[in-house]
Design a protein around this ligand. Structure first.
Ligand code: TXA
Ligand code: MG
Length: 350
């Protein structure tokens, strides 16, 4: 199939592009669109067959459920059984925005969205194009990240094009995504709220409005064989470029010399090496290609640059990528969760 690609020029009227896209969604087609976190691959969330096609286009395992995106809180009542008090607090504080909440679902939500679970993940994005598209489609829009399964999530239209061109009906190019990591996921269906995936709404922000919040074990460590993460998607190796990613921990100077000596060994074996580092150290590495993720203390900036950086190493055909590690406060928890997953939770101590 040919993918229609439409670039949004915010200076001129773009409603026509959004109604074209909404028409495709209503007819059961697939449209990639920008959100404030990453690009999503949208389909009519109440059309079971359309949702099945999302899995085919992405090559995604069918037990990994999708998020339903809404454009106003009234739409929530169409898809969830109840809105617990804790959910109301989260909605008031963080919607619209990069937060996904897990609810008990109503029967109208197809199994192809929830992977057969009795819960459904719901998000109300703040991105204006996403919001207008969902409103124009007039239905909750099921949308995973618009990457091929296993690849880093797309934060630019060019990333979507690289992965899905020819496999989807339309791509709306609305520029770069500002948060750059996928939404925070919180499960409030149990006794204590549980953070399943860290993102732009930080653990500290959640604690602040909810009181006690647990962090799912799968966020910062690999699970034992018999353990299961509460967000089924968290069990898959993810975000990985083709290169092997290795995290190097320790004091700053020690990390620089450790990585440089590893690079020297790798080069002797004929391997090409890349480094992901903060602005203050990135120039100290003797590698083939390095990416400056941003100021070490600006974890928001590092999060926004992360997925594009991971993709750049593939474009440069790098064999091994060494990465510095970052603090896990604020957006740093999301950064380290994605880096750990890209590295398969392996790291070297400097
Ligand atoms: O920022 C985002 O959330 C982006 C944009 C497009 O909105 N979407 C996104 O979707 O990241 P996806 O499919 O890549 O990730 C959805 C995650 C998966 O880890 C999945 O397992 C989890 O949400 N999930 C979905 N439904 C769930 C449920 N009922 N219970 C627990 N986890 C669920
Ligand atoms: Mg994804």
């Amino acid at each position: 199939m040919e993918t229609i690609i439409r670039k949004i020029d915010f200076e001129t009227e773009y409603d026509e592009i959004l109604s074209e896209a909404a028409g495709i969604i209503r007819k059961g087609g697939l449209v990639a669109f920008p959100t404030e976190t990453v690009y999503g691959l949208g389909a009519d969330g109440l059309n079971a067959d359309a949702c099945k096609n999302i899995y085919v286009a992405k090559g995604r395992p069918s037990d990994n459920p999708l998020i339903l995106h809404i454009s106003d809180t009234d739409q929530l009542k169409m898809i969830v059984k109840e809105i617990p008090e804790k959910a109301k607090i989260l909605m008031e504080n963080f919607w619209p925005g990069p937060l996904t909440i897990i609810f008990k679902k109503l029967p109208c939500v197809p199994d192809s969205v929830t992977g057969g679970l009795d819960t459904v993940a719901v998000r109300f994005p703040s991105n204006i194009l996403a919001n207008k598209l969902i409103a124009a489609a007039g239905t909750p829009v099921a949308a995973p990240s618009a990457n091929s399964s296993g690849r880093p999530s797309p934060t630019r239209a060019s990333h979507v094009e690289a992965d899905l061109n020819g496999r989807i009906d339309m791509l709306i190019d609305g520029g770069n995504c500002e948060v750059g990591v996928e939404s925070t996921i919180v499960d409030i269906t149990g006794e204590v709220p549980c953070l399943l995936r860290p993102g732009g709404i930080t653990y500290e922000m959640l604690e602040n409005v909810l009181g006690g919040v647990e962090i799912d074990k799968a966020v910062l460590k690999t699970l034992d064989k018999d353990e299961r993460p509460k967000a089924p998607g968290m069990k898959y190796k993810h975000y990985s470029p083709d290169a092997e990613v290795v995290l190097v921990k320790g004091e700053k100077d020690a990390v620089v010399s450790k990585i440089n000596s590893l690079i020297e060994e790798n080069k002797a074996e004929g391997l090409s090496c890349g480094v992901m580092a903060a602005a203050d150290t990135v120039k100290l590495y003797k590698c083939d290609f390095s990416v400056d993720l941003g100021e070490r203390n600006d974890l928001k900036e590092i999060a926004a640059n992360l997925f594009d950086a991971l993709r750049e190493f593939d474009d440069k055909a790098i064999d091994i990528v060494y990465s510095e590690v970052f603090e896990t406060n604020g957006e740093g928890l999301a950064v380290m969760n994605r880096l750990n997953k890209a590295a398969g939770f392996k790291y070297i101590e400097a």
